[in-house]
Design a protein around this ligand. Structure first.
Ligand SMILES: [Zn+2]
Ligand SMILES: [Zn+2]
Length: 1072
C-alpha cells in the first residue's frame, strides 16, 4: 500500500489540501480532465468561500453568548455530563425535570406525550429545546417537525447548543435541505463552534450527502488536527459515493500517515460505498487491506465484504470469500442465499442453506424465507415440504414472514391443501397473505373456497382491494361458477370499483368463460373504459371456442374503433386457425402491421406443424426463431422438441433437448411422450428417472406419459409401481389418470385390476367406459363388453362415437355380424352419431372375418374417403383365409393407387398367393416390393423381468442369455414336433431350404421373448410379452402348444389384440 503512495507526495502538514490536490493530479492524469471541483474550491481562500455561503462574516466571529453553556470543543454529549451541569444550577428545576421526562418518553416512542410535556413548560430553556428537538429528530425521525421546533426556539431568542445543532444538521441531511444546512453551518461559525469535531463530522457528512463535496472538504480541512477516524471515514465514503474511488482509496493511506488508524467503521463505509457504485475492483483492494490489517476475524466486516461481492454481481468471489472467512454467522449465509436467489439460482440457494446447516449455523427467519422462496421458485413440492418440516422444527413456523413464505410456497407448488392448513395456523393475517391464498384458489378455480376466505377476511376486519376481487372473479371464471361470480359482482357494485377497467375485464372474461356471452357482451357494451385487453378477452374467447368468423369480425371492429391489435390479439387469431397455411398467412399480416412476433406466436404456429406433420415448415420456423433470438425461451424449446418428436425426428428432438440449460416438467413430458410414441419405452423410463435426479417433480401429465409407455410394452411390474406412486401422491382418483390406469391394465391383460380402478373412480366419463369396453373387445369378451355398455348407460352417460367404436370392435373380435350391424344402426338412429372412417373400418373387418367379402368390397367402394388404405389393407388381410386371389389383387391395386408406402400390402398379397400355391406370383410380388421404396417397421417384442425390459428383434443374438434362449427353443421345437406340430414354412420366402425356413421362423422376436420368460420366471407364473406388429400364425400356434406343455399362461399383446394362451388355446378367433 505504501509503495502505491510515494512519501514525497504525502501531505507534509496534517491538513495541507493543496498538496493533496497536487498529489491527486500527479498520481492520475485522468483526474486532470475531470477534477473534483472540491480541489478548485480549496485553492481559493476558505474564508471567501465561507463568506459566500454564510450570512455572517467568518472573519468577524460573533462572541459566544454568555449564556451558551458549552464552550467550543467541550460539547457535553452524555446525559451524565448534562446532569452534572444541571446540578451546578444550569437549568431550572421544571426544565430539568421536563427534559428528563421527554428523553425517557422519546426513547420509548411516545412522541405525542413528548409534545404535551414540552408544551406544559412556561419558559423552555436550551435544555428543554434540545430534548424536544432530539426526540423528534433522533427517536421519531420526524425531521420536519424537529426543524420547526428549532425555528421556534430561535424566535424565542434561546441560543442553540452543540446538541441542538447536531440534531439540526441530521435533520437537514435527511430532508436534503441544503439551504437550512448552510444556515446552520453559519450559526456554528457564529457561535465559534466550528472546531468541534462532532459538529465538524456532522457537517462533512451532511455536505457529502447533499452532493456538495467542496464544502465537505472545506470543513474537513478546518478540523485540522482534531480530525478523527469518523471524520476520515465520512470523507472517504463521500469521495467513493461521488465516483472518486481512486482518491478515496488514497485517502485511506493519508489517514494512516496522519496517525489515524482505520477502524471497522472506515472499512465498512468504504465497502458500502463500493457496493453502492458497483466498484468490485476497489472492493477487492479493500478486501486485501482487510486481510493485511488483521480484520479478517471481524464478523461485521466479513459480512459487509460478502454483501459487497453479492451486490457487485460477483457471486463467484463471494463463494471464494465464504470458503476463506475465519468467522461467519447466519447473516453471512443469508447474504449469499439472497445473492443466489436474486439471480434466479434457486438450486444454489438450497445448497447454500444445506452448507450453512453443515457448518453448524442455526438458520434464522431470513434464511428460512429464502429457503421457502427457493423451493417456491423451483416449484418443487418435495423440497418445499422438507423445508417446511425444518421450519416447524425450528419453531419459527408462525413467524409472519416465514409463515407467509410457506403459504406462498405451497401455492406455487400447487398444494392448496397444505397452503390452507398453514394459513389457518398463522395467528395473524394481513391483506397480502390473504391475496396470495386467494390467487392460489383463483388459479385453481376453487371459487367456493375463495369466497369463504373472502368472507372470513371481512370478519377479521381486513379491507379487500382490487387484487382480492380480481382473484375472486378469476376463481369463478375458471370453475365456471356463475352463481358465485354474480355474488362477487354484487359486492363489487357495493364497493364501487366495478368500473375499474381490470375488474371490468375480469368480469367480461368470467361471463364469457361461463358461456354467458350475452351478459359478457352487455358488460362490454356498457363499459365506459374499454382497453385493448377488453377486446382481447372477447376475441380470445371466440378464437378459443373456434368461432373464427366471429373472432375476425370483432378483430375488424376493434381496429375500426381505433384500438390497435397487439401480440395477444394476433396470437389468439393465429392459434384459432385450423391449419398451418391459415396461421402462416396471419403471421405475415401481423408482421406487416408492425407487430413483432413473440414466443407465444411461434408456439401457436409450431403447434400447427405438430398436427399436420409438416416437418419442412417446422424446420423453417425453427431457423426463423433462432434469427429473432426467441430460441432461448423455454416454452418455444418445449414446442420445438414436441414438433420434432411428432414429425418422426426423435433424434433432432433429443438434440434440441441436449442444448437446453433449463428444463421444466413440460420439457421432460414432451420428450417422454415422443419416445413412447416411437416405441422406445425403455428410454422413456430412463428419462423419467433422470428428470427426478435433476430435481424436477413429475406432474400428472408425466405419470400419464409413463403409464402409456408401460402400456405400449405391457410392463406390468413397472406400471404397478407407477400406480403405487400415484396413490402416494393422491392422484389415483383423478379422472384422466384413472382412465390411463384402466387402459394400462387392459393392455396388460389384467381386466380385474382395470375394473378395480374403474370402481374406485369417484366419477367416470365416456373415455373411461370406451377404454374398458375396448379392453374387453381385445380380450374377445363380447359379453363383458356389452355389460359395460349397459352399465355406462345406467349412469346416465350418453354413449359417444368412441364408445360405439369399442362396442363395434367387440362384435368384430367375436365375429358377431348381426350384433355389429345392430349397434351400427343404433348409433346412427337412436344417438344421431354420424359414423366416422374408423366405424366403417371395423365394419369392413367384421364383414371380412365372417366371409362377406363382397359386402366389404361394396362398402369400401361407396365410402367417400378417397385414399382409404386402412380399409383395403383390412380387406386384403381377410382374403387369405377365404382364398380370394382376385379380390386380393384388386385390394392391392387400390393400395398402389393410394401410394401406400407400407410393406404390409406386399406381404399380405404374397401370403394370399403362397396360400393358393401360386409360387411364381409370389416371386413377382417379392421383386416388385424390392423395387418399390417401401417402409417396414421392424418387428420387435418386449418382455419385462425383474423391472428390466428386454427387447428382441428377429434373429437377435445380442442378449446376454442368447445361447440359453436358442437351446431352449430347439428343445421345445423337437418336443412339439413329436406332439404333431408342423411349422408354417409357407410364411417364409421361397428359395431357401426347408431347414433354413424353419430356422428363420424359430428366430421370431416373440418366440425369443417367450423363451426368455420361460428361463427367467418361476414355474406356473404368467408370461407377458408385447409385440409392436401382429403375431404371425406360426408363433400363435407355438404359443398355444407351449401354454399346454409347460403349464403356463402366456399373454401376448400385439398391435391388434390381446392373445391369452391357456391350456393349448387362445381367446382370440384370429387363426381358427
Ligand atoms: Zn412369428
Ligand atoms: Zn390369439
Amino acid at each position: 500500500m505504501g509503495s502505491q503512495c510515494p512519501q514525497a507526495l504525502a501531505p507534509s502538514s496534517v491538513a495541507d489540501f493543496s498538496q493533496f490536490q497536487q498529489h491527486f493530479r500527479l498520481q492520475d492524469p485522468s483526474v486532470l480532465s475531470l477534477p473534483p471541483s472540491a480541489f478548485l474550491a480549496l485553492a481559493s481562500s476558505p474564508a471567501s468561500l465561507i463568506s459566500e455561503i454564510s450570512p455572517f462574516s467568518a472573519s468577524s466571529p460573533a462572541d459566544p453568548p454568555a449564556f451558551c453553556r458549552s464552550k467550543p470543543g467541550q460539547l457535553a454529549f452524555s446525559e451524565g455530563k448534562e446532569q452534572d451541569d444541571a446540578g451546578q444550577g444550569g437549568p431550572d428545576e421544571d426544565n430539568f425535570r421536563a427534559s428528563f421526562q421527554i428523553r425517557k418518553l422519546a426513547s420509548s416512542g411516545h412522541l405525542e406525550e413528548v409534545n404535551e410535556v414540552f408544551r406544559s413548560l412556561l419558559q423552555p430553556d436550551a435544555y428543554a429545546w434540545s430534548a424536544v428537538i432530539s426526540a423528534y429528530s433522533n427517536f421519531g425521525c420526524d425531521y420536519a417537525q424537529a426543524l420547526e421546533f428549532y425555528h421556534e426556539m430561535i424566535n424565542t431568542s434561546v441560543v442553540p447548543d452543540g446538541h441542538v445543532l447536531l440534531e439540526v444538521l441530521r435533520a437537514c441531511s435527511n430532508l436534503l435541505d441544503l439551504g437550512q444546512g448552510m444556515h446552520t453551518h453559519s450559526c456554528i461559525l457564529k457561535y465559534g463552534l466550528d472546531s468541534d469535531v462532532y459538529l465538524g463530522n456532522a457537517l462533512v457528512s451532511m455536505y457529502a450527502k447533499l452532493g456538495n463535496l467542496d464544502c465537505a472538504c472545506l470543513v474537513f480541512k478546518k478540523l485540522m488536527h482534531r480530525r478523527d477516524v469518523v471524520s476520515w471515514s465520512t470523507l472517504i465514503q463521500a469521495y467513493m459515493e461521488h465516483g472518486y474511488s481512486f482518491e478515496a482509496y488514497d485517502l485511506l493511506d493519508h489517514m494512516q500517515q496522519e496517525g489515524v488508524q482505520p477502524n471497522e467503521f472506515t472499512l465498512v463505509c468504504l465497502l458500502k460505498a463500493c457496493s453502492n457504485i458497483g466498484e468490485v475492483e476497489y472492493g477487492e483492494r479493500i478486501h486485501s487491506f482487510v486481510i493485511e490489517h488483521g480484520f479478517e476475524c471481524n464478523l461485521f466486516i466479513g459480512n459487509t465484504l460478502m454483501d459487497m461481492y453479492v451486490k457487485c454481481d460477483s457471486l463467484e468471489r463471494a463463494q471464494i470469500l465464504l470458503s476463506k472467512l475465519l468467522k461467519w454467522d447466519v447473516l453471512t449465509w443469508s447474504i449469499i442465499m439472497g445473492g443466489f436467489a436474486g439471480r434466479g439460482l434457486f438450486q444454489e440457494t438450497l445448497e447454500a442453506f444445506k452448507k450453512m446447516q453443515e457448518n453448524g449455523v442455526m438458520p434464522d427467519e431470513v434464511s428460512y424465507v429464502y429457503l421457502a422462496k427457493a423451493c417456491q421458485s423451483l416449484e418443487s413440492l418435495r423440497q418445499g415440504s422438507l423445508a417446511h418440516s425444518l421450519i416447524v422444527e425450528s419453531g419459527l413456523e408462525l413467524h409472519p414472514l416465514v409463515g407467509g413464505a410457506v403459504v406462498e410456497m405451497y401455492i406455487r407448488c400447487r398444494s392448496l391443501e397444505d397452503a390452507c392448513a398453514m394459513f389457518s395456523r398463522l395467528p395473524k393475517h394481513d391483506l397480502s397473505i390473504l391475496n396470495v391464498l386467494l390467487s392460489g384458489y383463483g388459479q385453481n378455480g376453487l371459487s367456493q373456497k375463495a369466497y369463504q376466505i373472502f368472507l372470513s377476511m371481512e370478519q377479521e376486519g381486513i379491507e379487500p382491494d382490487n387484487v382480492t376481487f380480481e382473484s375472486l372473479i378469476r376463481a369463478c371464471s375458471i370453475s365456471g361458477d356463475l352463481e358465485q361470480g354474480k355474488q362477487v359482482h354484487c359486492r363489487l357494485v357495493k364497493f364501487g370499483i366495478e368500473s375499474w377497467v381490470r375488474i371490468g375485464n375480469a368480469l367480461i372474461d368470467m361471463y364469457s368463460e361461463c358461456g354467458f356471452f350475452e351478459e359478457a357482451y352487455e358488460l362490454f357494451d356498457e363499459s365506459s373504459e374499454l382497453d385493448v385487453v377488453t377486446w382481447n378477452i372477447l376475441i380470445s374467447w371466440l378464437a378459443h371456442t373456434r368461432q373464427v368468423k366471429e373472432a375476425m369480425f370483432y378483430f375488424e371492429r376493434m381496429q375500426h374503433e381505433g384500438f390497435l391489435p397487439n401480440q395477444v390479439t394476433w396470437n389468439a387469431l393465429i392459434g384459432a386457425q385450423f391449419d398451418f397455411e391459415g396461421a402462416i398467412q396471419l403471421f405475415g399480416q401481423m408482421q406487416q402491421g408492425g407487430i413483432a412476433p413473440n414466443e407465444i406466436t411461434f408456439v401457436c404456429i409450431l403447434q400447427k406443424c405438430c398436427r399436420s406433420g409438416c416437418l419442412e415448415q417446422g424446420m423453417q420456423l425453427h431457423s426463423d426463431i433462432v434469427k429473432v433470438g426467441l430460441d432461448v425461451e423455454l416454452v418455444v424449446q418445449n414446442t420445438l422438441i414436441d414438433m420434432y418428436a411428432k414429425n418422426n425426428c426423435l433424434e433432432t428432438a433429443c438434440l434440441v433437448f441436449g442444448t437446453l440449460t433449463k428444463r421444466d416438467v413440460i420439457t421432460w413430458n414432451v420428450l417422454i411422450a415422443g419416445h413412447t410414441m416411437h416405441n422406445h419405452a425403455q428410454e422413456s423410463f430412463n428419462l423419467f428417472q433422470r428428470m427426478q435426479q435433476d430435481g424436477v417433480d413429475p406432474d400428472r401429465a408425466t405419470y400419464v406419459g409413463i403409464l402409456q409407455a408401460c402400456s405400449s410394452i405391457a410392463t406390468l411390474e413397472h406400471g404397478r409401481q407407477i400406480h403405487n406412486l400415484l396413490i402416494d401422491r393422491g392422484l389415483e382418483l383423478d379422472l384422466h389418470v384413472g382412465n390411463t390406469l384402466i387402459d394400462f391394465y387392459t393392455k396388460c391383460g389384467e381386466m380385474e385390476y382395470a375394473h378395480v380402478v374403474l370402481n374406485r373412480l369417484p366419477e367416470r366419463d365416456e373415455v373411461t367406459w370406451s377404454t374398458i369396453i375396448s379392453g374387453h373387445a381385445k380380450h374377445c369378451d363380447y359379453a363383458l363388453a356389452c355389460q359395460c355398455f349397459s352399465d355406462m348407460q345406467s349412469e346416465r352417460l350418453e354413449p359417444t362415437g368412441g364408445v360405439f367404436l369399442s362396442v363395434l370392435s367387440a362384435c368384430s373380435h367375436a365375429c358377431l355380424l348381426d350384433n355389429g350391424c345392430f349397434y351400427f344402426r343404433l348409433m346412427q338412429q337412436d344417438h344421431g352419431i354420424v359414423p366416422s372412417v374408423d366405424h366403417f373400418m371395423v365394419l369392413v373387418e367384421l364383414f371380412g372375418k365372417v366371409g362377406c367379402l363382397k359386402e366389404a368390397e361394396d362398402l369400401l367402394e361407396t365410402l367417400p374417403w378417397i385414399s382409404n388404405t386402412v380399409g383395403w389393407m383390412t380387406l386384403l388381410g381377410s382374403c387369405k383365409k377365404r382364398g380370394s386371389v382376385e379380390l386380393a389383387r384388386q385390394c392391392f391395386d387400390h393400395l398402389m393407387k393410394a401410394r401406400s408406402k407400407s410393406s404390409s400390402g406386399f406381404v399380405l398379397l404374397s401370403n394370399v398367393y403362397a396360400h393358393a400355391g401360386l409360387e411364381e406370383a409370389v416371386d413377382e410380388i417379392v421383386s416388385l416390393r424390392k423395387r418399390a421404396d417401401t417402409w417396414k417397421q421392424p418387428a420387435r417384442a418386449y418382455i419385462e423381468i425383474d423391472n428390466q425390459v428386454h427387447d428382441f428383434v428377429v434373429g437377435d443374438t445380442s442378449h446376454s442369455r442368447s445361447e440359453e434362449i436358442y437351446s431352449t427353443l430347439t428343445r421345445i421345437n423337437t418336443e412339439l414336433k413329436e406332439a404333431g406340430y408342423r411349422p408354417h414354412v409357407a410364411l417364409v420366402q421361397r428359395g431357401s431350404s426347408l431347414e433354413q425356413k424353419e430356422k428363420s421362423l424359430w428366430a421370431h422376436s416373440e418366440k425369443l421373448a417367450v423363451a426368455l420368460g420361460l428361463l427367467s420366471t418361476p414355474e406356473g407364473t404368467t408370461i407377458r410379452v408385447a409385440k409392436n406388429l401382429r403375431v404371425c400364425a406360426d408363433c400363435h400356434d407355438v404359443a398355444k402348444l407351449i401354454s399346454r406343455k409347460e403349464r403356463r399362461d402366456i399373454i401376448i399383446k400385439d398391435s391388434h389384440c390381446l392373445h391369452h394362451f391357456k391350456d393349448g388355446d387362445c381367446c382370440c378367433k384370429e387363426f381358427d
